[in-house]
Design a protein around this ligand. Structure first.
Ligand SMILES: [Zn+2]
Length: 122
């Protein structure tokens, strides 16, 4: 059976840290409720937070993605526990709980909003 758009959107979960799997799945379920034909063209960790892209602009989906991205700043990317954006010695950013913080320090970097909408190919 051909994978559905939902299935394909869910595949981006593999590109994300395990701590954000639940967040991403919830996002895709809500996205599907808004518009089941919207395709995720990218979901990744960027500067320590979730970054999601779509194949076209949809105001509701865009707002939903921003909420998910904001949530990712408070969820440990390793274990989903409450966490915060942190940076290591090399200014590599990650959202981590106290348990996984290791040698990182809290980052006061403001949120990045990096939704980039690609025009549809068809
Ligand atoms: Zn953790």
């Amino acid at each position: 059976m051909e994978p559905t758009i939902f299935d394909k959107n869910m595949m981006w979960q593999d590109h994300l840290p395990t701590g954000w799997s639940g967040l991403y799945q919830q996002f895709i379920e809500r996205l599907t409720a808004i518009d089941p034909t919207l395709r995720v063209t990218g979901a990744k960790r960027k500067f320590g937070e979730l970054c999601i892209r779509f194949d076209r602009y949809n105001r509701e989906a865009d707002a939903l993605a921003r909420v998910a991205e904001q949530s990712s700043r408070t969820l440990c990317q390793m274990c989903s526990a409450p966490g915060e954006l942190r940076a290591d010695m090399n200014s590599v950013y990650a959202t981590l709980c106290d348990l996984h913080a290791g040698a990182t320090r809290p980052s006061d970097r403001p949120a990045i909003y990096s939704i980039i909408v690609h025009p549809s190919d068809d």
